[in-house]
Design a protein around this ligand. Structure first.
Ligand SMILES: [Zn+2]
Length: 425
């Protein structure tokens, strides 16, 4: 697949004076070179570098690509065209689906899996990589339906007091050549701000991943990226490598138990949960909620209300720079006889803990190694589920029972215990 790298960034916030942002060095190589190597590793044979600001620095370094064993074409804009405006210059050159990176992003992800996902979406104009981040409150947010189709883009600032799922555009795309029709010639336009809203009713899909894809942004973020680079975290999170997860039960672990009256208003986080989850995010473990919600089968709460509660959870965490990699829930209940119950959800499913259906789904989605993972819960079924997958278990309780490996008074204490164990692989 042909790859286009948009490399017009200035890097003022990083204090760069004599080089454009994509040429900033990580260890001894410019960021752009890592991107080219990544594209090459996954079979890209031709790269288009779209430059503007200080384009000579880029051209002098990469030339025609011979020294890098790949064909490189340089396209330079005469005046700033933005991330979309510059693409328009390729309209007569590219006639197949193509991939686009922003040149200021540090990343390592399984491009094969991304391309495979894109192939499976029929008649789509674009596929975008999406993920949660630790500053959703000042990011444009993405809403998807259950088929991963993007249904809405919520631009920042979102001062409407609504709760949103923490999903943002990671700045990596696959486009159909049809996209060129929606971009005007010789006019400054941005992909995310100007083009995506125009094509939202075509088919745009979101490919969600927990792999490492972060923009350089500020000096502070760049320093964090350098630390991650030293630790080897950038490559380690590629989906072809196994990850360790901390699985979390919801009620009684993250939020106060709502007993028989689950509702958006009754949903309240327990103390220091944001801190605890932020620690998980920074440790390199995945943070994944797996929860039984039989109240849905019993007719006490709907799917829509449950989703709103989860949006509230993600928004509250996001305000404190913490995020969940995924939330999986079982809506079923095996016993019937409740007034107002939903018949079709009254089944003996394979996803209600202590059964392992949702864990197996998570394993498939994130390539998880259960043996280096943990389950934290407050009930017998959580501990049994953890044991069923071969993870270590922590019971949130004043006493240690159900044969859990450890017990802790709250989530924060449990996370400290895990991180002191030094189990991360
Ligand atoms: Zn179930």
């Amino acid at each position: 697949m042909q790859t286009v790298i948009i490399a017009g960034g200035k890097g003022e916030r990083l204090g760069l004076i004599d080089i454009p942002k994509p040429m900033v060095k990580l260890q001894n190589k410019p960021l752009l070179e890592y991107q080219i190597e990544l594209a090459k590793k996954y079979g890209s044979k031709e790269i288009f570098i779209m430059s503007g600001y200080m384009s000579d620095v880029i051209k002098d370094y990469f030339k025609d690509g011979k020294n890098f064993n790949i064909k490189i074409n340089h396209i330079t804009e005469i005046f700033p065209l933005g991330t979309a405006g510059c693409l328009k210059q390729l309209e007569n050159t590219i006639n197949k689906r193509f991939m686009v990176f922003y040149g200021d992003i540090v990343m390592d992800f399984d491009i094969h899996s991304f391309i495979e996902f894109d192939k499976n979406q029929k008649e789509s104009i674009a596929t975008i990589i999406i993920h949660p981040n630790n500053h959703p409150y000042d990011s444009d947010l993405i809403e998807t339906d259950k088929n991963n189709k993007i249904t809405k883009i919520i631009k920042k600032p979102h001062n409407d007091n609504n709760y949103y799922k923490n999903l943002v555009n990671a700045g990596v795309y696959i486009f159909s050549p049809e996209i060129f029709k929606f971009i005007k010639e010789n006019e400054y336009q941005d992909i995310a701000r100007d083009i995506l809203p125009k094509i939202i009713d075509k088919n745009i899909y979101g490919y969600k991943t927990a792999e490492y894809i972060k923009d350089l942004g500020t000096k502070e973020r760049f320093n964090k990226i350098k630390t991650d680079f030293k630790k080897g975290n950038i490559n380690k999170f590629n989906k072809t490598n196994k990850r360790s997860a901390i699985f979390l039960d919801r009620d009684g672990v993250i939020n106060k138990n709502m007993d028989t009256s689950p509702s958006l208003d009754n949903f309240q986080l327990l103390e220091k949960v944001e801190d605890a989850i932020k620690k998980i995010n920074e440790s390199g473990f995945l943070a994944i909620v797996i929860t039984n919600q039989p109240m849905i089968a019993k007719g006490f709460i709907t799917f829509e209300e449950t989703e709103k509660i989860h949006n509230k959870l993600e928004t509250l965490l996001g305000e404190k720079e913490a995020y969940l990699d995924e939330i999986y829930f079982c809506p079923h209940h095996p016993k019937n006889g409740f007034k107002g119950e939903i018949k079709e959800l009254k089944i003996d499913c394979n996803c209600r803990k202590p059964k392992t259906g949702l864990f197996m789904k998570a394993k498939e989605d994130f390539n998880i190694d259960f043996n280096t993972s943990w389950m934290i819960g407050d009930s017998k079924c959580d501990i049994e589920a953890g044991k069923n997958i071969g993870a270590k278990t922590i019971l949130i309780s004043d006493k240690n029972e159900y044969d859990a490996d450890f017990s802790a008074k709250n989530l924060n204490e449990a996370i400290n215990l895990i991180l002191n164990e030094g189990q991360i692989k």
